[in-house]
Write a protein that binds this ligand. Structure first.
Ligand code: NDP
Ligand code: GDR
Length: 368
């Protein structure tokens, strides 16, 4: 039975990858951070009682800033594959916490690679590094491929650039099977609530149900290539099953604006929106409503305003990936379109909002 170790197992990708590897028959070990409250919601459904003889999913406390902890876990698990998905992954937050972001996102990758080498696992353990389209930043060519030059635009992207190159370096210097997946944005109903797609689907669903009044957004003209996390974790695994390690761009090859994503999400809620004003003055106003998904709204309601607080000190305006190499060499193609993904996210967030409405009504009844 193959063993995998996943850092960031409690995150969006980590949870889908753990499910995927369990289905493939792997023994899966994940590193979770100690927190003052439970932080394993995304993997609770695959939790297995460690007392069971046949348990194949195990969690270990750890942190990418803690070398001795990583070395001990690697030594105990002796994994065939390590997926380094753990990161301070929010670009805007990296401007607030640049040093911490560098420690986790850059040095974390080095700590893992060095621990693998120190333990003499460099010929056994294959290593996947969660690299990112943010490396392209101020883009030098469109679409972006494996050979497009990097120009990172945030402390996050600069930290990830170190992780990218240290992965290449350990491959070249020590013959390690180490790969970078240069993944473009990927989302799902499990996406963190402060990333733009989830903020939109969750925010609009809550507004439609009367739980919030207005969504405050930053640069809605940013262009992104958005795929589904489920498609992208499959590719992470495929990259570690080849004869030779290599780096791959993973993207859909299609690009849309944040504004377009807002319109789709609204449409799935039966809301037609129009945008008025410009830049910081811009608002989205309800034109018409069909169906019963937005009972709290009426035409003329303002559901979105621009708040410069969400502008970044340096923005990545446009990203569009070219996944030709992944298609050609690995036979990988995304199966879920951006629009289908948006519909799935809205449906899940609407369910959650409706549950909250029922709960609130029940609480109010109890009080009365
Ligand atoms: P998430 O933010 O959902 O998950 C990040 C994970 O890293 C969480 O499990 C988090 O733990 C963990 N983590 C954070 N800090 C530390 C630390 N100091 N030590 C150990 N673990 C830590 O990210 P995604 O799942 O979306 O992304 C996975 C990886 O892929 C990240 O490295 C991200 O930068 C990268 N990436 C993501 C893309 C995307 O569009 N989703 C695109 C390209 C790259 P906790 O749950 O406790 O916070
Ligand atoms: P990104 O994702 O920075 O591309 O990084 P995010 O969803 O945060 O932003 C995408 C674009 O939307 C614009 N935007 C807003 N973003 C947020 N979060 N909140 C807002 O209110 C808002 N308004 C507009 C942003 O300015 C940006 O242009 C993600 C992360 O998952 C990284 O870890 C990963 O490496 C990259 O994707 C690929």
């Amino acid at each position: 039975m193959k063993k995998a170790l996943i850092t960031g197992v409690t995150g969006q990708d980590g949870s889908y990858l753990a499910e995927f590897l369990l289905d493939k028959g792997y023994e899966v070990h994940g590193i979770k951070r100690r927190a003052s409250s439970f932080n394993t919601q995304r993997v609770d459904h695959i939790y297995q009682d460690p007392h069971l003889d046949n348990a194949r999913f195990m969690l270990h406390y750890g942190d990418l800033t803690d070398s001795s902890n990583l070395t001990r876990i690697l030594s105990e698990v002796q994994p065939d594959e390590v997926y380094n998905l753990g990161a301070q992954s929010h670009v805007a937050v990296s401007f607030e916490s640049p040093e911490y972001t560098a420690d986790v996102d850059a040095m974390g990758a080095l700590r893992l690679l060095e621990a693998i080498r120190f333990l003499g696992l460099e010929k056994k353990t294959r290593f996947y590094q969660a690299s990112t389209s943010e490396l392209y930043g101020l883009v030098q060519e469109t679409p972006q491929t494996e050979t497009t030059p990097f120009h990172p635009r945030s402390p996050y992207a600069v930290a990830k650039m170190y992780a990218y190159w240290i992965t290449v370096n350990y491959r070249e210097a020590y013959g390690m099977y180490a790969c970078n997946g240069i993944l473009f944005n990927h989302e799902s109903p499990r996406r963190g609530e402060t990333f733009v797609t989830r903020k939109i689907t969750r925010g609009l669903a809550n507004i439609a149900q009367g739980l919030e009044d207005c969504l405050y957004m930053g640069n809605i003209d940013a262009l992104r290539d958005w795929g589904h996390a489920k498609d992208y974790v499959r590719m992470q695994w495929m990259m570690l099953q080849q004869d030779k390690p290599d780096d791959f761009v993973i993207a859909t090859g299609k690009q849309y604006s944040v504004r377009q994503f807002i319109l789709w999400a609204a449409e799935h809620l039966g809301i037609a929106l129009r945008f008025e004003g410009s830049d910081v003055e811009e608002v989205a106003i309800v034109d018409s409503i069909t169906g019963d998904k937005a009972p709290a709204l009426k035409p003329g309601d303002v559901v979105l305003r621009i708040d410069p607080r969400y502008f970044r000190p340096a923005e990545v305006e446009t990203l569009l990936g070219d996944p030709t190499k992944a298609k050609r060499e690995l036979g990988w193609s995304p199966e879920i379109t951006t629009q289908e993904m948006c519909a799935e996210m809205v449906a899940e967030d609407l369910k959650a909002a409706r549950r909250m409405v029922v709960l609130k009504a029940h609480e109010a009844e109890q009080k009365a």
